[in-house]
Design a binder for this molecule. Structure first.
Ligand code: FPP
Length: 239
């Protein structure tokens, strides 16, 4: 554990791979959906803590493109949980000056979720505190291919010149065009993988893996991860 210092740099953008809901539930003899439900409480606590600490962006990997392969009952439970979260928490987002954004293929979600997400994004659009970015039906390779496709269309139309294409122009075609890159990537449940999450954007992120399952992740765990981030010296490829 590394002591967190509120006077030292706080990462401006934290991204989290919320993993271990299923194992948390299995360890208690509960169905997987109960793990996801408990995970939603962690989302709320982390959101609050990030707001208090002055984090500007929090990106959460809530549902990957690959998660569509899960049993239909689990997908339905997750979408139900998302609907419940948005209904209950949109007023909390307003009260705490939090703006909601989504990355991923929103149009693949059930209509009810799409409608609610669009409404919640519209209602919170004027908030300028923390931005909560929820990755839904998100896959990083798909995002990169989508950006490449958009650029090829632009090139064909003579809007973009392939000869002058650079990192900045490419990044402006990613779903995350409006956000800075994450400074800190946290993955819970001890797995050391990035699982197709923000592959381009985490090029220089500090990665902290914690053994804790996501439903057990609380403010002190977040502070530990930030403490670890503060202890590291970021060089961005320089000396
Ligand atoms: C990974 O655990 C978690 C998910 C696939 C879903 C995360 C979703 C939530 C925490 C629900 C609430 C989110 C919002 C934004 C309201 P896993 O199922 O892969 O766990 P396992 O690896 O132990 O099986």
């Amino acid at each position: 554990m590394t002591a967190f210092d509120p006077d030292k740099e706080i990462p401006g953008h934290i991204a989290i791979i919320m993993d271990g809901n299923g194992r948390w539930a299995a360890a208690r003899g509960l169905p997987r959906r109960d793990g996801h439900r408990a995970g939603a409480d962690s989302v709320e606590e982390v959101l609050r803590a990030c707001g208090d600490l002055g984090v500007k962006y929090l990106t959460l990997y809530a549902f990957s493109s690959e998660n569509w392969k899960r049993p239909q009952a689990e997908i339905t439970a997750l979408m139900g949980l998302l609907a419940h979260f948005l209904k209950e928490k949109t007023p909390v987002l307003m009260k705490n000056n939090i703006r909601l954004r989504v990355i991923g293929h929103l149009e693949r979600l059930p209509m009810r979720n799409q409608k609610q997400l669009r409404e919640s994004m519209a209602v919170t659009a004027g908030n300028d505190g923390l931005t909560l970015v929820v990755a839904l039906s998100y896959g990083s390779r798909e995002e990169i291919v989508d950006a490449a496709r958009a650029l090829m269309i632009e090139a064909k139309a003579g809007i973009t010149d392939p000869a002058t294409l650079d990192n900045e122009t490419f990044a402006r075609h990613l779903y995350t065009a409006d956000f800075p890159d994450p400074d800190l990537l946290i993955r819970t449940s001890g797995e050391c993988r990035v699982s197709n999450f923000l592959l381009w954007q985490i090029s220089y992120a500090e990665i902290v893996i914690t053994e804790v399952f996501w439903p057990d992740f609380r403010r002190p765990h977040l502070e530990d991860a930030i403490g670890e981030y503060q202890r590291r010296h970021r060089r961005f490829g320089g000396l």
